[in-house]
Design a protein around this ligand. Structure first.
Ligand code: BTN
Length: 256
């Protein structure tokens, strides 16, 4: 732990979660690294917030920087499915707060129209549980740290007349995450696939970079194994597991 990290404020919240709150950490995912399942970390500010593809994640005051420890079986499929199911849980939680025009951008960027409001980074530090890192822009100003985010990022406060408290957003997300994880545990990932598929923008064209080169097609949701389905111009559908896709972008849209 960094020397200026104080002891957390710890309390039990809804749906059986224990939440540890810090004013400042390096990354909440790293702080949550060795916690048991169903515990979570929230920080007001992250010094070195991490995004996917080794990017940094702007984590200024006013945003929700949250990491939740979720048990995962040893199957590879559980690990492939969790990031998708967690994205769905975040969409459900933000929709319950009244956020309009929400959707997922593969694999788990949470968008309001074409601007990103939340991102997820799932880390595997232990074989039996995942750290699901969730960053939600709430009243913070990501564009103040990175001007390129002006057109590609958005915040809850831009869309809601009354912006909810960070604790309220965290509680709703953790509730949904626990519910979705419970369904997966009991009935398998296939049971949550329809709910995940409801959050994609229909008919969006994509270009993906794979080990076999670039592929273009129309995004066709995910299959029961969590693989991306791409409809090629000749009508054939190809499935790609997340680890086979190095990069993905929507075509004719702004990308972040
Ligand atoms: C992405 O879209 O690139 C993923 C962003 C994930 C950011 C969150 S903020 C809480 C947790 N701690 C981190 O360092 N990263 C995740």
């Amino acid at each position: 732990m960094h020397p200026d990290q104080t002891l957390p404020d710890t309390r039990s919240i809804a749906a059986g979660w224990t939440l540890h709150e810090y004013p400042l950490v390096d990354s909440t995912n790293d702080t949550a690294r060795d916690l048991p399942a169903w515990q979570a970390v929230r920080a007001d500010v992250q010094r070195t917030g991490r995004g996917r593809h080794d990017r940094s994640w702007v984590s200024d005051k006013g945003g929700l920087w949250l990491s939740a420890v979720v048990p995962v079986g040893t199957s590879e499929q559980g690990w492939q499915a969790l990031p998708l199911a967690a994205g769905c849980a975040v969409c459900e939680a933000l929709a319950s707060l009244g956020l309009p025009d929400l959707r997922l951008r593969w694999p788990n960027d949470v968008m309001v129209r074409d601007r990103k409001v939340a991102g997820l980074l799932v880390d595997q530090f232990h074989p039996d549980r995942a750290v699901v890192g969730i960053g939600v822009n709430v009243t913070n100003h990501p564009e103040a740290s990175d001007a390129t985010l002006r057109s590609s990022a958005t915040t809850l406060s831009e869309w809601l007349t009354t912006t909810p408290a960070l604790q309220e957003v965290a509680t709703r997300i953790l509730e949904r995450l626990r519910r979705v994880a419970g369904i997966m545990h009991q009935d398998g990932f296939a049971a949550v696939v329809p709910a995940v598929n409801d959050w994609w923008r229909p008919g969006v064209s994509m270009e993906i970079e794979t080990e076999n080169g670039c592929r273009r097609g129309v995004f066709n949701g995910i299959d029961a194994k969590g693989r991306l389905r791409l409809l090629h111009p000749d009508g054939a559908i190809f499935e790609w597991a997340a680890h086979q896709v190095f990069r993905a972008r929507e075509l004719n849209l702004s990308n972040s």
